[in-house]
Write a protein that binds this ligand. Structure first.
Ligand code: ADP
Ligand code: MG
Length: 667
């Protein structure tokens, strides 16, 4: 008889701006998406009268609530995490930033008050539409419970079984009351919160720090820049000398620092202000129509650049600002086009530099917090082994650059910064349920790592079974003239062609001046650290341009998969080698043919007719083999191709002399 599987425990990141749920199964930790494929759930809940039940209230959780928050400021509850386990006086400094009303509950606790227009309490009255104003007073725990329940339902739908247990994360600085409030929110959501984990500890667990055969203690910085808050923590991770199954290492918080009003929202506001100003300039001193809008409690003390815009324009500007900000994390500039009703089309472009200038003061504040955390822990940047980037706003290049400057380290970005905390919560859950035992936490690299080269072949830089840490570098060049950007495709596997390997990621080395094929000197470095994180750096030697990618190659990889991939590579070894050889020979032959063609066109008339014919025959023969090899590698013998190429190389010696002499004479 089969034993019933252990009950799954989910990991939940209950964030100020966004929340996520993750599970650890046989493939390792992964976040669970909603039906539209989105992992993030905005931590936003709207309350409204339920049209289906007189006197009833219904709730809208997540994207729908967040998208329309500007329209329903007093009934949409966001950032409720700021109120968890706090008294009204504790929360005083946050109140100006909240668009809804916060009142005092029993024992001086903070509560949210939601004004509703409820339908009369009879079906007949409901049909006549009669409604009466009412207030709902809810504890922050009750609001958080709705978010937790939503995520648990998502998980149970995806996993096909009820979810009753969860590991939930909280900021390291949360006090006992705030932690207890988080547990209570879980209980109200029908969840047994089996453990509360610090967010920075979860981030470290997601990277496997403290899980593997860690030899020495590590000191790591967790740099968490989210939507509304910035938290930096310094952790000491000490391996447990007598490994207990649920406590592989000790995570000690050495210091924390941060700013409760520093994050992506500030950048959004600054961008909105910039857009609103440009809009006003473009349309002349046009004041948007004043519209009746719901009152914003505390809005006089909160700087609201949108205060005199109508809700629809405010919502549009806010969404455009965010889209621009996200785009500028990847591109050098972003454009917007907004149809402003009654005024015309507003169009503008924001450059990465504009945004950097706008953000500089905020990033400076974050870096000051980092120095504070170091000072409190009595450490210098040299003592730090890794800086882990957490939170959506750490995708911003300026943030990464400043981290690099202050810590003298390349920040850890191999895992999606939105998901790190949830993934770590799932790892903690799996340690507790025993699921994590089969995890691949190895001292050796289980599968080879390499990059794609011309023709779809894979050049391996680090071979399987190398011990970690491992490092390798190799030189490459281009096979096409005038490439101003080079795509680096990182692959894992034992086979020779891209299509048979696992893609780990792609990045571009950009901003190269156009150079002829073969001239750029591209150095690619692979570095796998003790935690199993792969860092790929590509640098062009002449221009000094660099680009980087980080990944955790073994995330979501099981022992069985590794075995299967290995077995397949043996089965296909002979074919694969032949194909790889043909592909490489075709690429190199083409480069030779191109050069010889150019020189023949230029100096052909200066050659003896017999020699010229000999070259033309050799060119035709190699071109034919290369074309056939390109169409189908099976139709050519790599040795034939190799010999034809060698023969033409030898024959073209004289042509080379002629070309060099001619160029010397010219110069
Ligand atoms: P929290 O921990 O506060 O819940 P998150 O870690 O989810 O917040 O971060 C949300 C913030 O990250 C938002 O302000 C969002 O605009 C920002 N963000 C997400 N992706 C990017 C990106 N590509 N570039 C810049 N900011 C981003
Ligand atoms: Mg967060």
């Amino acid at each position: 008889m089969m034993t019933p599987p252990t009950e799954p425990i989910v990991g939940i990141d209950l964030g100020t701006t966004n929340s996520l749920v993750a599970i650890y199964d046989k493939d390792g930790p992964r976040t669970i998406d909603d039906e539209q494929g989105r992992a993030l759930l905005p931590s936003v809940v709207r309350f409204e009268a339920d049209p289906a039940s007189p006197g009833g209230v219904r709730t809208i959780v997540g994207h729908d609530a967040s998208d329309r928050a500007v329209e329903f400021p007093t009934t949409t509850i966001s950032s409720v995490k700021r109120l968890m386990g706090r008294s009204l006086s504790d929360a005083a400094e946050d109140l100006p930033y909240l668009s809804y009303r916060v009142v005092e509950g029993e024992h001086n606790t903070a509560r949210v008050e939601i004004p509703l227009l409820l339908r009369e309490g009879s079906a007949r009255a409901a049909s006549t539409g009669a409604a009466h104003p009412a207030h709902r007073i809810l504890s922050p725990q009750e609001v958080s419970a709705l978010i937790l329940r939503h995520l648990a339902d998502r998980a149970s739908l995806a996993l096909g079984r009820p979810i009753t247990k969860a590991v939930v994360t909280v900021p390291a600085y949360f006090d006992d009351a705030q932690r207890q409030a988080t547990r209570d929110a879980g209980r109200l959501a029908g969840l047994d919160v089996v453990r509360i984990v610090n967010e920075p500890t979860a981030a470290a667990l997601a990277y496997g720090l403290g899980l593997g055969e860690q030899r020495k203690p590590l000191t790591v910085v967790i740099f968490d820049l989210g939507g509304g808050t910035f938290d930096v923590s310094i952790l000491r991770i000490t391996p447990n000398p007598n490994p207990a199954p649920d406590q592989p290492a000790f995570f000690q918080v050495l210091s924390t620092a941060g700013d409760t009003h520093l994050g992506g929202d500030d950048i959004d506001h600054a961008l909105v202000r910039m857009l609103a100003t440009r809009m006003r300039d473009q349309f002349g001193l046009h004041e948007p129509r004043a519209q009746a809008r719901e009152s914003l409690p505390g809005s006089d003390s909160a700087p609201d650049p949108l205060a005199n815009l109508d809700p629809a324009t405010r919502r549009a500007l806010k969404q455009f600002a965010q889209a621009i900000k996200h785009k500028l994390s990847d591109e050098d500039q972003a454009s917007v086009r907004i149809d402003v009703a009654g005024a015309g089309v507003f169009q503008t472009t924001v450059a990465r530099d504009d945004l950097d200038a706008l953000m500089a003061p905020w990033v400076d504040r974050a870096m000051a917090c980092c120095r504070q955390a170091l000072a409190d822990a009595q450490l210098t940047p040299k003592a730090i082994d890794a800086v882990i980037m957490v939170g959506g706003s750490t995708r911003i290049p300026l943030v990464r650059q400043r981290v690099r400057e202050v810590f003298g380290l390349e920040p850890y970005t191999a895992l999606d910064p939105d998901r790190v905390v949830a993934l770590g919560a799932a790892v903690q859950a799996a340690i507790m349920s025993g699921e994590a035992k089969g995890a691949l936490l190895l001292d050796v690299i289980p599968l080879s790592l390499g990059i794609e080269t011309a023709g779809g072949a894979v050049a391996k830089l680090i071979l399987r079974n190398s011990t970690v840490p491992a490092r390798a570098t190799e030189r490459f060049t281009t096979s096409v003239d005038g490439q101003t950007s080079i795509k680096i495709h990182v692959l894992q596997g034992e086979r020779e062609m891209v299509e048979h390997c696992r893609s780990l990621g792609v990045f571009d080395l950009r901003g190269l001046p156009p150079m002829p094929a073969g001239v750029p000197q591209l150095e690619v470095e692979f570095l796998v650290d003790a935690g199993g994180v792969l860092r790929v750096t590509a640098a062009e030697k002449r221009t000094g341009k660099r680009a980087q990618l980080q990944v955790v190659p073994n995330h979501g990889l099981t022992r069985e998969e590794v075995d299967r991939i290995e077995a397949e590579s043996f089965t296909h070894a002979r074919d694969d080698m032949a194909r790889h050889r043909v592909v490489d020979l075709v690429v190199n032959s083409r480069l030779d043919l191109k050069w010889i063609g150019e020189q023949l066109a230029r100096h052909g008339s200066a050659l003896e007719p017999g020699y010229r014919r000999e070259l033309e025959v050799g060119v035709a023969a190699l071109a034919d083999l290369a074309a056939r090899g390109d169409a189908d590698w099976r139709t050519v013998d790599p040795n034939d191709l190799h010999h034809a190429k060698e023969a033409l190389d030898r024959a073209s010696m004289r042509l080379q002399e002629v070309a060099i002499t001619a160029s010397l004479r010219q110069g």
